[in-house]
Design a protein around this ligand. Structure first.
Ligand code: HEM
Length: 433
């Protein structure tokens, strides 16, 4: 009780201006009730199957969602694949370790949904809903997921740095990123509780173990075990340790209890107990799991609304995989306060003219290819007819041969002038018939 009263000034920090987004207004929990009534069921079933097969999916997906939302909003831009013209977010070094299983679960759900209600559910909504279901599956709190996000149209690797926190940053710098997205210090600590599941690769915390920068505050037994685990990490960069060494697969408040005992894995984790402003929240969550769950659930619900895109700012990706945008032609639109997506023969803007010209060229090319294909088909048909005629001719010759070749001949052949020649047993005695 005394603890929560002492936190009162910090509670005020909870109320900070959220990252304003035009799309938030359209979000509703029942957004797909009419257009895709099986949405909840399809997501749940896919999540249960995947987490059963691959228990690391929950942590990976939670981190994927966080990295998506913190870079220009929850718009599934982190799922877009790199192409020859653009290096996408997911291929930046900081996103390198986002696990394939997290991408896979979103694509699996998208495929199932496209069969049930094609072109309706955005990849961003799938990621948000799957994350919630996975968190609850591993023991975390339930929170509402409002739906109706549109998928983003661009994904730039160079924008990742500065938007996604790194373990070697200060509390001040990390909080700067959270603040930019509308989160208070308390919410930042609650969200960091996500490190109660999943793992981190040795390179993320090896600085704390070896050399002059080794962290004296890390629990000595824990440090010894980590040194042993990571001794070959420079040759094998897949070696990783659990974020929560005590209950790694369970979503609980053990992460905060660990921090108090020097069992925090990342430098940024440990800073939360060292820093005077974040420490009270760590203490609270370590002793009161209910408080942690409530704050985490509220903060996650809020994270799902960061920078959400509405109509005119995004689209519903139509492919069964969430890694490509539908089409990329867009022009800035004052009327829509965002971007307008050009359609064929678009009357709305003369700026779409270029789009029409491009499409006209594509149409001409498509026509030329179609004509070429038609010509090939005609050629193939003519060859087939020719082969048929040859076959008929051979058949006629054979019949002719059978009828005309006298029984005394051992064989008959046609001469160059198509006259039947009889070959008798004595090849020298060729006679004309
Ligand atoms: C506060 C600043 C944060 C920093 C510096 C940070 C950094 C990291 C790093 C370096 C990893 C290890 C990645 C790897 O080696 O594979 C990691 C893992 C993870 N992070 Fe964070 N993170 C932060 C906050 C968050 C938040 C807010 C969430 C979610 C709400 C989150 C969710 C996770 C999860 C679930 C994992 C485990 C991933 C897995 O097992 O695949 N993190 N984090």
């Amino acid at each position: 009780m005394r603890l929560s009263r002492s936190l009162t000034p910090f509670v005020l920090l909870f109320v900070v201006a959220p990252a304003v987004s035009a799309g938030v207004a359209i979000l509703r929990t029942d957004y797909y009730q009419k257009t895709c009534p099986d949405f909840n069921k399809i997501v749940r079933e896919a999540v249960i199957a995947k987490q059963g097969q691959q228990p690391t999916t929950a942590a990976g997906t939670l981190r994927l969602f966080f990295h998506d939302c913190f870079l220009e909003g929850c718009d599934a831009s982190v799922l877009i694949a790199t192409n020859s013209f653009n290096k996408a977010e997911r291929d930046d070094d900081l996103n390198d370790s986002l696990p394939g299983d997290a991408f896979d679960i979103v694509n699996r759900i998208k495929t199932a949904l496209e069969l049930s209600c094609p072109g309706v559910v955005s990849c961003a909504d799938i990621l948000a809903q799957a994350t919630r279901d996975l968190v609850t599956m591993v023991g975390g709190p339930y929170f509402d997921v409002k739906l109706g996000r549109k998928d983003g149209l661009e994904s730039k690797a160079h924008k990742v740095r500065g938007n996604v926190p790194m373990p070697n940053q200060t509390v001040h710098d990390i909080h700067g990123m959270f603040k930019k997205n509308g989160f208070s210090l308390r919410e930042m600590v609650a969200l960091s509780g996500a490190h109660t599941i999943g793992f981190s690769h040795c390179k993320e915390f090896s600085d704390r173990l070896y050399g002059s920068k080794a962290d004296p505050e890390i629990n000595p037994q824990f440090a010894t075990a980590l040194k042993k685990l990571c001794k070959n990490h420079t040759v094998d960069d897949t070696i990783a340790a659990f974020n929560d060494v005590m209950t790694p697969g369970k979503f609980d408040n053990m992460y905060f209890k660990n921090l108090k005992r020097g069992l925090g894995l990342l430098a940024s984790d440990h800073l939360l107990i060292k820093n005077n402003r974040t420490k009270p929240f760590v203490e609270l969550y370590a002793t009161d799991e209910k408080a942690f769950f409530e704050d985490f659930a509220r903060a996650m619900e809020k994270m799902g609304t960061v920078g959400v895109k509405g109509d005119g700012e995004g689209e519903v990706r139509r492919r069964v995989s969430c890694q490509t945008v539908n089409h990329s032609f867009q022009v800035p639109s004052r009327e829509l306060k965002g971007f307008h997506f050009c359609e064929r023969g678009d009357p709305i803007s003369s700026r779409c003219l270029l789009f029409d010209v491009r499409h006209l060229l594509f149409d001409v090319l498509r026509l030329l290819f179609a004509v070429r294909r038609l010509l090939f088909a005609v050629r193939r048909l003519l060859f087939a007819v020719r082969r048929l005629l040859f076959a008929v001719r051979r058949l006629l010759f054979a019949v002719h041969h059978l009828l005309l070749c006298p029984y005394r001949c051992s064989s008959c052949i046609f001469s160059i002038r198509r006259r039947l020649l009889c070959i008798s047993l004595d090849p020298s005695s060729l006679r004309h018939h």
